[in-house]
Design a protein around this ligand. Structure first.
Ligand code: URA
Length: 234
């Protein structure tokens, strides 16, 4: 197995990050620095990352968490705020978030120790749809919904096609379901701001066809076999 995949599958880092570690000379094979990302790990090789031995593939775990408001999507926070790691602390394996949700966005987030899956799912070419329920200020007219679908300028970038449906609303606020097939930083918030309807609350309700359903805030569930297969084939 290629060394970057080996490191990713061991849950040490994503495949991209593994490439960086290799390039930066943080990886050794049998005691010698290995800078060849294509190196084929052999049975019996001792692989070390930053001086720590990386064992072969561990048990792979995949969960869907319902991220609460005010929780950070990262492994560590320098300001000591609660991170998503806290939500899965009763799981022995060290899981990492797949992609990210803003501090003040709630909802569906996948966590796993399968670096290869993380790599696939977060790679821009896969364009897995992410569905959000956005409570926004003001009225979303059919014309505004059309703009959101066709692409809006969010500061030098025009968004790709999106799916948009207005669920309900009044003069003050509107609940909209929106599916985007890309993931620019704070994209949904920027899209609504661009049309003059700032987001008041944002919840991700689905990643591809994996839905949050009735999962309670702060809880997690294991992904089903079918869901894992679906992600592997996306
Ligand atoms: N878009 C946003 O604006 N925020 C998120 O957390 C996810 C998508």
């Amino acid at each position: 197995m290629r060394i970057n995949k080996y490191i990713a599958q061991a849950g040490v880092a994503s495949r991209r990050k593994a490439d960086e570690l290799i390039e930066n000379g943080n990886v050794k094979v049998n005691g010698a620095v290995m800078k060849e990302p294509g190196y084929d790990v052999q049975e019996g090789d001792k692989v070390e990352v930053n001086g720590r031995v990386v064992e072969g593939q561990q048990k792979l775990v995949y969960v869907l968490v319902n991220k609460p408001f005010g929780v950070i999507t990262s492994a560590k926070d320098e300001k000591d705020r609660v991170t998503v790691m806290e939500l899965v602390k009763d799981i022995d394996e060290r899981l990492f978030p797949v992609g990210r949700l803003d501090y003040n966005t709630t909802g569906a987030l996948i966590m796993t120790n399968d670096g290869s899956l993380t790599y696939r799912v977060t790679h821009p070419k896969h364009e897995l749809g992410k569905t959000y329920r956005a409570l926004v200020k003001g009225v979303i007219s059919p014309e505004k919904a059309r703009k959101l679908r066709n692409g809006v300028d969010i500061g030098g970038y025009v968004t790709k096609r999106a799916k948009v449906s207005v669920i309900k609303g009044n003069q003050n606020s509107t609940l909209v379901e929106i599916t985007i097939f890309e993931g620019k930083n704070r994209q949904v918030r920027k899209m609504f701001s661009a049309i003059g309807n700032p987001v008041q609350e944002l919840e991700r309700v689905a990643i591809g066809n994996i839905r949050l359903g009735h999962l309670k805030s702060g809880h997690y569930r294991k992904l089903t076999k079918e869901e894992i297969e679906y992600l592997k084939n996306c």
